[in-house]
Design a protein around this ligand. Sequence first.
Ligand code: NAD
Ligand code: GLY
Length: 361
Amino acid sequence: MQTLFVELGERRYPIFIGHQLDGSKLLNQYISSQQVMIVSNTTVADLYLDHYLQQFQAMGKTIATCILPDGEKYKDFQHLHLIFDALLEAGFNRDCTVIALGGGVIGDMAGYAAASFQRGVKFVQIPTTLLSQVDSSVGGKTGINHPLGKNMIGAFKQPEAVLADMAVLDTLPDRELSAGLAEVIKYALLGDLEFLTWLELNMAKLLDRDREALAEAVYRCCAHKAHIVAADEMEKGDRALLNLGHTYGHAIESYMGYGTWLHGEAVAAGMVMAASLSAQLGWIDSKDVVRVKEILSQANLPIASPRIPVDEFLAYMAHDKKVLNGQLRLVLLKGLGQAVMSKDFEQSQLIQSIQDNLLAE
Ligand code: NAD
Ligand code: GLY
């Protein structure tokens, strides 16, 4: 097992990465409360709830559960409310801990509930998808979707600890594994060219769920994210670089209907568009764009977007949280492994980057 820390002063917290981890031993010191609410969904609960219930029972905790329906389309106010219902029905107080057991959807919703229940209670992440292990469980972004835009409502809420167990990835569907690999590739493209080479060499192992390769990838991504979050927790600067491909991707997810295109799939197509715009600006060359497409294809990810009318694509992009004073800013590439935030592009170039990367009819 390896342990990383997100260095946030008194709110410093560990990320445990390994396989077949003992939650009761590792999390004991991070769950000071007696009352523990496990939030999960129907799919993950069927697979892993008993296992974790046993671990928390061994810690002598009073445990309640809230099992939500499975899917991005339930990441909304109505289903968030079910978590508050469960907390209140269980009679839980301000000193309870909410544990997210699931992928990014559950992590984002449980975290937002923890941020707002009685103005904030403690929170622990047990991420069960590759995507949530490398990205969403670390850094404290939580929230829900609005029909007009992804993740539009939320709060920053750092967990007390993150437990990333590679063993749970055995049951993850192939499509979800690939979606997680999109966020893994994102870290390489935005800031770590050597990691891109590593991924090119190790992609087959990752797709085969080789636990050592997965743990290495999760460690490298979490180390990268922990470093960025420690320096810029509230996204006033460099943290925004973690959104490479996301402004385009969120438009795809929102237009297609939440859950139709997986977050990672939409981000993959979005990263191709961002690379394509960067090439138009002369910051990277066409060989780099090919390399981006190749690594995404190696991970069985899409490299083009569904045929969304460009005006609608742009309308969704205009809701992005990185819009400042009405001006869209995008994470682009000054080189492979070197992301920057920029507004220095023409509208015509933005449109071109979309049109050039739509799926053929
Ligand atoms: P998800 O939570 O929907 O999980 C994907 C699917 O895998 C679901 O059907 C889930 O039930 C199933 N699943 C989960 N673990 C499993 C396991 N071990 N075995 C079998 N099936 C399993 O999706 P995701 O890709 O984990 O997360 C996507 C969400 O994360 C999006 O809502 C996105 O906006 C959010 N996100 C948040 C951040 C952040 O910083 N907070 C970062 C990236 C993404
Ligand atoms: N997923 C982007 C971030 O956490 O900032």
